[in-house]
Design a protein around this ligand. Structure first.
Ligand code: AHM
Ligand code: MG
Length: 344
């Protein structure tokens, strides 16, 4: 390839930073705040990328020896990622507090630069972290809200317990065969692939749309016996033969929400983590897993439901609240809801 050809290609590339600034101009009254918050997320994600890619050669895998608030073993990378995202966001001075899967209560940022800040961030720093030791993709999920308490006072629980419809932005980073950052500010979904050799995210997936009709279903079928009847019947429906609807569908389950979600977003499909015996709210957390995922999915033309209601309209009552989740292509989620209704 000649130098001239290379120059042209580089010229045509759009970086995440450039893209966020370009889009900022589309909003009247935009202040550039989100650009800075994304700057923090981008930076922390690069550090996590570096650590994940060292897993196995550095002493970063394995348990950190503590339990998180859900009583699960925290892994070293969970702890590392939580600290990096917290530090990067606190340093920017636009965020007044953070809630994380790894923190029992929300964390107030009260350094001088954070006083009067308008935003709160909710985050799952490393989702699916038990997959790291076996070289399977994991992800970071984040959600940004404008605070509702007075800006001159301390951040409050109510700032974090907002409905998903109030999200200003949401996104995820997938640490897979390549690292990608996918986000929405309520104006479509765009994806950026990280080039680790120069530390830059390039726009690679513009205006992502999920196929209207999917043919992949993703669920932990090992829990089948514990599922409610509507879920069991829907799984049977997915497995039935029917040429008109291209059934049976393919079953794909990685066990890493971001990875399962990302695949279905690109190819079409449904991911569901329903309630199961003894767990009426399922496993996944509303505020920092399901709401951001739901916002992205709706912005990509899909549906996110708890089986009966729109996830984004669920009323949050506690930070670590769980909810069943059915998310994906419209035809598939609607059909799953039909079964949930029929066997309620
Ligand atoms: P985590 O937040 O403790 O990592 O758990 C969430 C993960 C999701 O990524 C994934 O969809 C789910 O747990 C898998 O759970 P299971 O192993 O029960 O199928
Ligand atoms: Mg998680």
């Amino acid at each position: 390839m000649t130098d001239i050809q290379e120059t042209k290609q580089v010229k045509d590339l759009v970086t995440l930073g450039e893209f966020v600034i370009q889009k900022q101009h589309e909003y009247p009254g935009a202040t550039g705040d989100l650009t800075q918050i994304f700057g923090a997320i981008k930076l922390a994600a690069k550090l996590v990328h570096r650590e994940i890619n060292k897993a196995g050669i550095a002493d970063i895998t394995g348990y950190a020896g503590q339990e998180n608030v859900q009583g699960e073993q925290q892994q070293k990378l969970d702890v590392y990622a939580n600290e990096k995202f917290k530090a990067a966001l606190a340093a920017r001075g636009l965020v007044c507090g953070l809630a994380s899967e790894e923190e029992e209560s929300f964390v107030e940022f009260n350094q001088p630069q954070n006083v009067g800040s308008k935003y709160v961030v909710l985050i799952d720093p490393v989702d699916g972290s038990s997959n790291i030791d076996v070289n399977v993709a994991v992800g970071t999920i984040f959600s940004i809200y404008r605070r509702v308490s007075p800006e001159d006072g301390p951040v409050q629980l109510e700032d974090f317990l907002q409905k998903g419809t109030e999200q200003v932005a949401a996104g995820y980073v997938i640490f897979g065969s390549s690292t990608m950052l996918v986000y929405t500010t309520g104006n479509g979904v765009n994806g950026f692939t990280f080039d680790p050799s120069i530390g830059v995210y390039y726009l690679s997936h513009e205006n992502m749309r999920i196929p209207e009709r999917g043919q992949i279903y993703s669920v932990n079928e090992g829990n089948y016996v514990h599922f409610p009847m509507g879920v069991k019947q829907y799984i049977k429906y997915c497995q039935e033969r029917d040429e008109a609807s291209s059934r049976p569908y393919a079953s794909r389950y990685i066990g890493s929400l971001v990875a399962d979600f990302h695949r279905n977003l690109l190819k079409g499909g449904i991911f569901f983590y329903p309630s199961y015996a003894g767990h009426p709210k399922g496993k996944l957390r509303l505020l920092y897993e399901c709401n951001p995922i739901a916002f992205i999915m709706e912005q990509a033309g899909g549906i996110a439901s708890d089986g009966h209601r729109r996830v984004l309209e669920l009323e949050p009552t506690e930070l670590h609240q769980r909810t069943p989740l059915f998310v994906g292509s419209p035809n598939m989620v609607k059909k799953a809801e039909d079964f949930m209704r029929a066997f309620a």
